[in-house]
Every structure is written in C-alpha cells, then in structure tokens.
Ligand binder design. Structure first.
Ligand SMILES: Nc1ncnc2c1ncn2[C@@H]1O[C@H](COP(=O)(O)OP(=O)(O)OP(=O)(O)O)[C@@H](O)[C@H]1O
Length: 243
C-alpha cells in the first residue's frame, strides 16, 4: 500500500494492551489509535509506561494481553520490518563510525536508496557533522544521528522515544516542523515526551499515568474539557480527577 493510500487510514490500533515487567503490570488495558498523516504525542511522567507502549507498537515487547495492529499486521510481523522507523531513548548508532558510515550501513540493511543518506542528514540538521565519528558528537547530535536512521527509507510509521531530549529550543522547533512535514506526506508519527510544552505541537495527545491512559484527545479539546490555561494544568486537573 502506498503512503498516499494510507492517508485517512489507521496506522496503529491498540486495544486492551497489558504488559507485565519485573512481575508488575506496568501497562494496564491501554487502547488508542494513530491515524496516518498525524502526529500523536504520548505524554506522562517518568515511569508511567510510555517506552513500554512504544516497544509494544514496534513489536519488541512481550505483552500479557490485548492486541496491537500496525499497518494492518500484528505488531512485530516480518512484513513491517522496513515500514517502521523506531528511535529509542539511547542512541543506537555505532560510536566508531562516522554519521555518514552509520547511515550508509543502515540504509543497506533497510534497502533504502543511497540518496536517502543525504536527505535524512539534512532533515535532522547534521550536515556539518556528517563525517565526524559518532563518539565525538554531543549528546543531542548523537540523538539526532539515531533519529536520522529512523527516517531512512521513508517509513509509514515513525515511533520516536523522547526525540528532543538534550536539544536547544531552536533545534526542537526544527524537529517538530520536520515531524509535521513527514505527517503531511502521509506518515503516522507516535512521539513520546515528558515535556508538556511539546504536547501543544501534537495533533492528538495520549496522556498516561501509572500504566493507564488518562486522556486521548486533541490539545484544544483537552484544554476546553479541563478549563485549564495550558496543557500542564489540564494534565494536573485530569490527574486530580477534577476534570
Ligand atoms: N526490564 C524491566 N524490569 C522491571 N521493570 C521494568 C523494566 N523495564 C521497565 N520497567 C518498569 O516499567 C515501568 C514503565 O517503564 P517505561 O520505561 O515504560 O516508562 P516511561 O514512561 O517510558 O519512563 P521514562 O519517561 O522515565 O522513560 C517503570 O516503572 C519501570 O521501572
């Protein structure tokens, strides 16, 4: 199916998801959808289960119950391998290779066109560091090198775990613009963050707390529903059960 035909369709459908880690239920019956062509934010305090939900979506998490369907296939299916881009919290690039060497290597594995390397370097703003060893990059640059890998091959679903950590406000702004450009071209993006000021940039928000979903709504409707000035206040109102 082409990206164009994916527009208006559901890229991710999660229902009744339960995950047990370390003998404790850390995701407790979560259900949501990520439509193609949108940026969905997964927000909530540290330890609430965001990474675990993302891992279930990309198919690397053993689940205790529920279903996770991605681009029409069960999460983790071999057919999804080159249709999903995933960037974890810890950069997953080789320290002893340059940015360009890393990207060429991952592009060959993903069977992405060679020209993709320059495109993604440009998209994440690493043109100046492309021939630098990853070991010599700053934390934020290393994170962007990982993000670049996730964008190779123009995946239909892009899952990003806290992609803007360690970035200055200008770079953050640029990356959020990039996320929306990718969505405008038809991709679905599921992006986690614990920074509430990033929530306003999402088309839709999933607010998590203690392994459960507190809300699944647009930023505007969340503010309206809670009568809060900003999303931080809206989140607090939902946590306190006053909305
Ligand atoms: N391998 C593991 N064994 C036991 N418990 C785990 C394991 N991995 C995660 N957990 C627990 O599961 C819960 C959810 O973790 P998760 O990483 O999904 O949270 P998070 O919302 O992404 O947090 P953060 O924003 O800090 O990254 C946490 O309480 C964590 O301690």
């Amino acid at each position: 199916m082409t990206i164009q035909r994916m527009a208006n369709s559901v890229a991710v459908s999660v229902d009744g998801l339960r995950v047990v880690r370390g003998g404790r239920e850390v995701v407790r019956g979560v259900a949501f959808e990520v439509p193609a062509g949108t940026v969905v934010g997964l927000l909530g305090p540290s330890g609430c289960g965001k990474t675990t939900v993302l891992r279930a979506v990309v198919g690397v998490q053993v689940v205790a119950g529920g279903s996770v369907t991605v681009l029409g296939h069960p999460a983790g299916s071999a057919a999804l391998r080159d249709r999903i881009g995933y960037s974890t919290q810890s950069p997953s690039v080789y320290a002893d290779l340059t940015v360009r060497e890393n990207l060429r290597y991952f592009a060959s594995i993903l069977k992405a066109p060679a020209a993709d390397v320059d495109r993604v370097v440009d998209e994440v703003g690493l043109k100046g560091q492309v021939d630098q060893l990853v070991a010599t990059l700053s934390g934020g640059e290393r994170g962007r090198a990982s993000l670049a890998v996730a964008l190779l091959g123009r995946p239909e679903l892009i899952v990003l775990d806290e992609p803007t950590v360690d970035l200055d406000p200008v770079l953050r702004e640029e990356l959020w613009t990039l996320f929306h450009d990718l969505a405008d071209r038809g991709a679905a993006l599921l992006v986690s963050s614990h920074v509430m000021d990033e929530a306003a940039r999402c088309d839709r928000l999933l607010l998590m707390r203690d392994g459960g979903l507190l809300a699944d709504d647009t930023p505007a409707r969340l503010r309206e529903r809670t009568g809060a000035r900003d999303l931080e206040q809206a989140f607090l109102a939902l946590v306190r059960g006053t909305a």
